[in-house]
Ligand binder design. Structure first.
Ligand code: GLU
Length: 298
């Protein structure tokens, strides 16, 4: 079996230096471990026309390569639905009719972590569910049998995080991010998940779900974010941060690769490098553990 690493962008806009650096790291981790590398478009939420194609072109311009096909989540809705149906048939899920507001205002269950689902709809009777369905479509939640789960992360070590009755299918029938990620990582033999450390807290839920579904739990590496000069995660307002914008200021894709390589301790300033050269130099143990501040041209 060929195992793989992956990069899973949301095609909601162009990739910026932060996303590109995460992609580079995911590729380096995968290739350094002799893995295949896959791209998955997580397009169940906001999608911008043409963004997926531009994202792929930008990754290729940096010298990253991957095995086709690019997986597109919106083409896999029946797969996610089948997984939830199976869990539901086994009594592992429940219908939830709560609004966000109701969840916020409900008294939390004793010993439950802050923000955890308070359990309101967990034990509704058949009649109560029938009545509620007349007013609002149900979201489907997993019946969690634990409150915490521990994952191993290459950069963060043992990380224990909260698990609650999280949503698998939203009220409008859209698969939740946590479900789609777990189903897809397992379906494509992803045994290593490298992504931004803003997602570290979602790893315990995902690993727990993987285990409940009988899938192996992948190895995680949650990598530091890229910040602007105010110490905040990069955003559209931060001047030139996409490859296209940087090109307008005279930076070629290999030069941007070079800047990212410097930030990772893999190259000297202004040294011309290629992705394959960085792969030869890559040592996960020597990776900087702190965020990179990127101040782009304005
Ligand atoms: N699609 C998510 C994002 O762009 C990444 C999900 C993942 O890597 O698990 O933030």
């Amino acid at each position: 079996m060929t195992v793989a690493g992956r990069f899973a962008p949301s095609p909601s806009g162009d990739l910026h230096v932060g996303n590109l650096r995460t992609a580079l790291l995911a590729w380096l981790f995968a290739r350094a471990g002799g893995r295949d590398f896959l791209i998955r478009m997580e397009d169940l939420d906001r999608v911008k026309a043409g963004a997926a194609q531009r994202q792929l072109a930008d990754l290729a311009a940096l010298g990253l390569d991957w095995s086709p096909p690019v997986v597109t989540q919106s083409e896999r809705l029946s797969v996610y639905a089948a997984v939830v149906e199976e869990l539901a048939a086994a009594g592992e899920t429940f219908e939830c009719f709560c609004t966000r507001r109701e969840i916020q205002d409900a008294p939390s269950a004793p010993h439950a972590p802050p923000g955890a689902y308070p359990g309101t709809c967990r034990d509704l009777t058949h009649a109560e569910r029938a009545e509620r369905r007349r007013h609002r479509p149900a979201a489907i939640r997993l019946r969690a049998r634990t409150r915490t789960f521990t994952v191993h992360d290459v950069l963060h070590g043992e990380y224990r995080g909260d698990v609650d009755d999280f949503v698998l299918l939203r009220g409008d029938g859209t698969p939740a991010y946590n479900l789609a990620v777990v189903v897809d990582d397992a379906a494509f033999d992803i045994d290593q998940v490298v992504r931004g450390d803003d997602l570290l807290s979602s790893a315990p839920r995902q690993a727990y779900l993987a285990q409940r579904l009988g899938h192996p739990v992948p190895e995680y590496a949650h990598v530091p974010m890229v910040l602007n000069d105010k110490g905040i995660r990069l955003s559209k307002r931060d001047g030139a941060i996409t490859l296209a914008q940087l090109a307008e200021h005279g930076y070629t894709a290999p030069q941007v690769l070079g800047m990212m390589a410097v930030s990772l301790g893999l190259a000297e300033p202004d040294e011309p490098v290629t992705a394959s050269e960085l792969l030869r130099r890559f040592d996960p143990a020597a990776l900087p553990r702190t965020p990179w501040t990127f101040v782009g041209p304005r």
